[in-house]
Design a protein around this ligand. Structure first.
Ligand code: ADP
Ligand code: YYY
Length: 251
C-alpha cells in the first residue's frame, strides 16, 4: 500500500510539472464522444483518453480490480474515482503529449472532486455532447462492439446514472462558464463542424471569415476591435462601425 502511494505521488508530481491542457468530453452514453474524439485527435493533435476504454483494458489485463470493475460496468455503475484517476494519470504520463481529451470523465461529483484534489488540474473547458435519449438508445443498440453493457437493461441504468450523477457535473462547469455545448443529434460530419469551431483559436476564426470594410477616419471613436495574429485591425465594435458598415460578423 505504502509503495503504491509513493509511486502515485511521483506520478502526480511529474504530471503537475508538465502543466497539461485538459478538455473533459462529456455526454450521455452513445452521444458520440468516442467518434468525435477520434476526429479531434486527427485535426488538433490531442491524445484521447477514454475512461471507459481504460477501465475495460484493466479488466482484460487481469488486474486485482478487474472483477470489481467488470461488475460495476455490467450494472451501469461508476467505478470508484481512485481506480479511474490512477489509470488516467498513468496514461497521461505515458503518452508524452501535453494536450488531452478526457472522455467520459468526470462522470459524477466524486470523480470531479477527486480529480481536482489529486491532480490539481483544471480543465480548459468541457465539451458537452447533448443528444436525446431515444437517439442515444438507437445508437447503442446498433453499436455492435460486443460490449457487455450495450443491452437495453444496462443502457437504461446508464441513462439513469447520467441524469442523476453526470448532468450535475455539467451544471457545475456551466456555472463556471466552462461548458461548450454541441447538438450531438446531427450526422457525424455536422457535429464535427460544430466541434471544430470550439477548438479553432479565436484569431484563426477571424482570419477565416476574411471580411473587410472601410476604416473609420477618426479611430479615436473606436470602442473596441478585433485584430488578427499579425495585428491588422479586422473589425470595430458595432457602436462605432454602424455608420459605414458593410457587413457585420458576430463572434
Ligand atoms: N452523429 C452521429 N450520428 C449517428 N450515429 C453516430 C453519431 N455519432 C456516433 N454514432 C454512432 O453511435 C454509436 C455510439 O457512438 P460513440 O462515439 O461510441 O458514443 P459514446 O462514446 O458517447 O458512447 C457508434 O456506433 C457510432 O458509430
Ligand atoms: N469515469 C468513468 C467512466 C466510465 N465508467 C464505466 C461506467 C460506464 O457505464 C462504463 C462505460 O463508459 P464509456 O464512457 O466507455 O461508455 P458510454 O459513454 O457509457 O457509452 O464505464 C466509470 O465507471 N467511470
Amino acid at each position: 500500500m505504502g509503495t503504491v502511494d509513493v509511486a502515485n505521488k511521483d506520478v502526480t508530481a511529474s504530471l503537475a510539472d508538465k502543466k497539461p491542457k485538459v478538455v473533459f468530453v462529456l455526454g450521455g452514453p452513445g452521444s458520440g464522444k468516442g467518434t468525435q474524439c477520434a476526429n479531434i485527435v486527427e485535426h488538433f493533435h490531442y491524445t484521447h483518453l477514454s475512461a471507459g476504454d481504460l477501465l475495460r483494458a484493466e479488466i482484460k489485463s487481469g488486474s486485482e480490480n478487474g472483477t470489481m470493475i467488470q461488475n460495476m460496468i455490467k450494472e451501469g455503475k461508476i467505478v470508484p474515482s481512485e481506480v479511474t484517476i490512477k489509470l488516467l494519470q498513468k496514461a497521461m504520463l505515458e503518452s508524452g503529449n501535453d494536450k488531452f481529451l478526457i472522455d467520459g470523465f468526470p462522470r459524477n461529483e466524486e470523480n470531479r472532486a477527486a480529480f481536482e484534489a489529486v491532480t490539481k488540474i483544471e480543465p480548459e473547458f468541457v465539451l458537452f455532447f447533448n443528444c436525446p435519449e431515444e437517439e442515444m438508445e438507437r445508437r447503442l443498440l446498433s453499436r455492435n462492439q460486443g460490449r457487455e453493457d450495450d443491452n437495453i437493461e444496462t443502457i437504461r441504468k446508464r441513462f439513469k446514472v447520467f441524469l442523476e450523477s453526470s448532468l450535475p457535473v455539467i451544471e457545475y462547469y456551466k456555472a463556471k462558464g466552462k461548458v461548450r455545448e454541441i447538438d450531438a443529434a446531427k450526422p457525424v460530419g455536422e457535429v464535427f463542424e460544430a466541434v471544430k469551431v470550439v477548438f479553432t483559436p479565436k484569431d484563426e476564426k477571424v482570419k477565416s471569415h476574411g471580411f473587410s470594410f472601410p476604416l473609420l477616419e477618426n479611430e479615436s471613436h473606436c470602442l473596441g476591435g478585433l485584430r488578427n495574429s499579425t495585428g491588422d485591425k479586422l473589425a470595430y465594435s458595432f457602436e462605432v462601425v454602424c455608420h459605414n458598415l458593410l457587413h457585420i460578423t458576430v463572434f
